[in-house]
Design a protein around this ligand. Structure first.
Ligand code: UGB
Length: 431
């Protein structure tokens, strides 16, 4: 009786045939055996790959969970504790960019008077992050908790609003610097536009909605030639991408005010300087170079005209920020629904007395007791504007804003801080 295997092949009489059949049978056996082995191997490999992939995804999810710098009961407890208000009619404020120059000063001022403060900062390396860490230590010592995270992280921002019903948001996180925008344009879009929208989305959805005060910039006046700059002047001729993103921020915040009833105050800061400042700014890098005996580049405008800035001392800016929070007025919406019109305000926060850059250098020389090696260069077309000058009457009227520190006094305080922080010989070849 032919076996099943035999039947699979046409049976013809003859030895050869039988031999052939036998050969075929053996080949079939081998072939079948190797196919089934291969099949089993393939199955095994598929199973192995699948279990490897699911293990990988477990490890990834797990590591994300376990190494996330935020979240958890303890974390929430710290956030709530930091947001606690210790005065009557106080506020609980989420400060973005809290480890930054203005952010750290404003956070400390709010905490000092009994407001609750929670900070958030991404500690990026636009300038030396160790300075941001040092500012963070100052804040931590005063009981201010700083979340390490990015304003583009919608889950994190939502979690913060779930944890605390912030009454106010002081939004100071940004990609700063006028000239760096030519080097890294996308960082400006990422922080000043995408990050702003992510934050506003969370604010508009919060219930209750917070009032938002945020940092715009004097740079929005761009090529405007009418002085001093008033809030109603043209701001449609930005000279840098930085300025353009800040101007866009003013328009974006307006839509959130209009559609969702968010209370919004935009502050146009004029070249803020002082202790714990930003190393990328001229007064700071000039100080470093003068002390190190290195030359400084001083830009000059058309026809060799000196450039001028309405340099504004940090303590005055802090008063303007706190005054803005105090007078911000409530948002009217809740959970993404507008219930009525809410305030939308824009203020200049300047000093109203522009000083030329060469004069700034002379003041630094006096305070440092070291001569600068000036290297005059024509202003490159990199986004700079020749001068800034703030009209501050609106802020004076509405916020009680009144700057009291002139450049010489402010720089004296800066130099004192700089020397105590970095020392006289920082970065200098002392051999
Ligand atoms: O008010 C603002 O909205 C902006 O203020 C600040 O920008 P600026 O006013 O440009 O300050 P800053 O760089 O200190 O240059 C000061 C002067 O020194 C000149 N300058 C600069 C560098 C240099 O090497 N040489 C030089 O002459 C330079 O040409 C200028 O005339 C913030 O950085 C910015 O983030 C934003 O907040």
């Amino acid at each position: 009786m032919p076996s099943l295997e035999d039947e699979l092949f046409p049976s013809t009489p003859g030895k050869f045939k039988i031999d052939r059949a036998n050969t075929m049978n053996r080949q079939f056996h081998r072939c079948f055996a190797s196919t089934s082995t291969m099949f089993l191997w393939a199955l095994f490999l598929v199973a192995l790959t699948a279990s490897y992939l699911s293990f990988q995804s477990f490890v990834y999810t797990g590591s994300r969970y376990f190494t996330a710098s935020w979240g958890g009961i303890q974390w929430e407890k710290q956030i709530r504790h930091s947001a606690q208000i210790h005065r009557s009619n106080g506020m609980s404020v989420l400060v973005t960019g809290a480890a930054g120059f203005v952010g750290s000063h404003v956070s400390l001022a709010l905490k000092k008077r009994g407001d609750g403060v929670v900070g958030i900062d991404n500690f990026n390396n636009y300038y030396d992050p160790s300075l941001k860490r040092a500012r963070k230590s100052l804040l931590t010592n005063q009981g201010i908790f700083i979340v390490e995270g990015d304003i583009n992280d919608a889950r994190l921002i939502a979690k913060l609003f779930d944890t605390v019903a912030f009454t106010h948001v002081m939004h100071l996180a940004a990609q700063a610097g006028v000239r760096y925008a030519m080097e890294n344009p996308h960082s400006y879009v990422h922080s000043n536009i995408a990050g702003l929208v992510t934050l506003l989305e969370a604010c508009k959805s919060a219930n209750p909605q917070p009032s938002v005060v945020w940092a715009s910039s004097s740079s929005v006046y761009g090529l405007n030639e009418k002085v001093p700059f008033s809030e109603t002047d043209r701001t449609d001729q930005p000279a840098s991408l930085y300025a353009a993103t800040k101007k866009a921020g003013e328009e974006i915040t307006h839509t959130y005010n209009h559609i969702y009833g968010l209370s919004v105050t935009g502050l146009r800061f004029f070249t803020v300087y002082g202790p714990w400042g930003r190393p990328d700014m001229a007064y700071f890098s000039f100080t470093r170079n003068i002390l190190q005996g290195k030359p400084i580049t001083v830009y000059r405008g058309k026809d060799r005209a000196d450039l001028a800035r309405d340099f504004t001392f940090i303590d005055d800016i802090v008063k303007g920020c706190v005054g803005s929070l105090d007078t911000s007025g409530k948002s009217t919406g809740s959970g993404g629904k507008k219930r009525g019109p809410a305030p939308y305000r824009i203020f200049n926060l300047g000093n109203t007395s522009p000083v030329t850059v060469p004069t700034l250098v002379s003041i630094l020389e006096r305070h440092l007791k070291v001569k600068a090696k000036r290297n005059f260069v024509d202003m490159p077309g990199n986004g700079d504007v020749p001068f800034t000058h703030a009209n501050i009457s609106l802020a004076q009227r509405e916020l009680g804003y009144k700057p009291t520190t002139d450049l010489a006094t402010g720089l004296k305080k800066f130099v004192k801080w700089y020397l105590s922080y970095y020392g006289y010989n920082h970065g200098k070849d002392v051999n």
